[in-house]
Design a protein around this ligand. Sequence first.
Ligand code: FAD
Ligand code: SF4
Length: 514
Amino acid sequence: MPSPPATLRLILGDQLNPNHSWFRRAERRVAYVLMEVRQETDYVKHHVQKVAAFFAAMRAFAAYLSAAGHRVLYLRLDDPQNRQSIPANIRNLLRAGKFERFEYLLPDEHRLDLQLKELAAALPVPSAAVDTEHFLTERRELGELFAGKKRFLMESFYRRMRKRCGILMDGDKPAGGSWNFDAENRSPYDGRVPIPVPLVFENDVRDIAAMAAAAKVATFGEIDAARLPWPIDRTQALALLSAFIRDGLPHFGTYQDAMSLHSGSLFHSRLSFALNTKMLHPLEVIEACVQARQEAPRRIGLHQVEGFVRQILGWREYMRGVYWALMPDFAQMNYLGHDLPLPDFYWTGETRMRCLAEAVGQSLRSAYAHHIQRLMVTGNFALLAGVHPDEVDAWYLGVYIDAVQWVELPNTRAMSQFADGGRVATKPYVSSANYIRRMSDYCGACAYDAGKRAGGGACPFNSLYWEFFARHRETFASNPRIGMMIRTWDRVAAAERKRILKQAESYRADINKL
Ligand code: FAD
Ligand code: SF4
């Protein structure tokens, strides 16, 4: 039998899936390549922990594959042979290694998808793109499901996924008789149960941090490089999953929307980095949670598990589908025509608004904030202020440990900034101080007064909130969920409306001083 062609296989930094069929057995004529490249460190300014965590996880994965007998080529950022772009490195390696074939795993980002397609088409050897075996849906599935529809309904997508995967189902009915348990979920944190201490790892990434600094990779945020807290291999990722099931899951749904000065993660799993790098498979996370409930139904209520399953089986897969349905135009959408630069305090955390100081400060310190901090504090403020979605996107894509474009962009541009004109969200996620006051303990510790709309010390969220509806009244007048707010605004006495608008105008004019 002729020997198979000598093959070079590319693994990207977010494709660290040890259970992929590629790795079932070591093949003599196959070499795997992973590379640290400026192309990836520089396309947006990243949090320093994000750069370190991706490189550390890639190095750990390369070591794992080598130990399993695979042939692995690893290009460090400071390797003199490194051409710092994926196509240039691939061309170089193909020449040097006399490879007769090139294969790659399908990238999740449009930018890389295009780049690798173009590269493959231009190579002198045959090539193939292979599925990552990670997601539960096909790239184009959501777009096809909602073809011709104005809105992509997450709820109907989620119910289909529940049925298709047989998760939390009694035959063809939802377990417990309901698809969602929102009424039991979403309480503020009331101290009834102690907040779990997050499981953190102490990965020593000093060499990576020093290498990135020596190469003058522009980063921001803080790092203790002797103790990087994020999981960098599957063993650590599984430990984080177990810790979540033990400590977080029993109260996840109840407190999933709560925010607290006492904890930046409360009962959230902090699994997004492990999931997005594919160290964990979404179905194994879901099944582990469902099984934990089966074993301890009195300790872990159905509503807690459903709340969590919805995030991964619903939102995560849905957002990926939205991304592929709307790209590449998606990345340019700005439905509301917003154009303000991002306020400076997003880069420093220095503001007297306690909610923003907490959410931004925590993000800069730890490269993490939970969903409601992202949506209802930093995202809400940027939307109310009228910040350009490009600036908002660049910040979210840089700051979070889990930020990869396929999931960051739909969450930021569509869900949080309404820049898609409402395909994802039925209404803009804006709120006055009321929501933050109800769901957190931030307002009691703030220099501003959550109860005031205008005048000395009035909370900026309040006047900006009403001014948002006044500014966009024509756009939203026919939206049934927003029209009511506009009518409420119209009922406010004219003098008071004037005072509120004046307050908003002065806050926006001096936004960096808030
Ligand atoms: P948990 O609350 O424990 O949820 C479990 C898992 O569910 C998460 O790890 C995540 O994989 C998934 N999930 C939950 N909500 C969503 C969602 N809305 N979309 C997709 N998956 C979800 N998530 C990212 O992974 N990367 C991003 O870059 C990102 N950017 C965001 C930007 C904005 C403006 C907003 C509002 C949300 C963003 N999210 C992003 C979604 C969500 O906030 C994070 O997935 C979550 O906070 C990660 O923390 P966790 O692992 O503790 O999540
Ligand atoms: Fe934020 Fe306003 Fe509450 Fe202060 S009063 S924490 S600015 S919502």
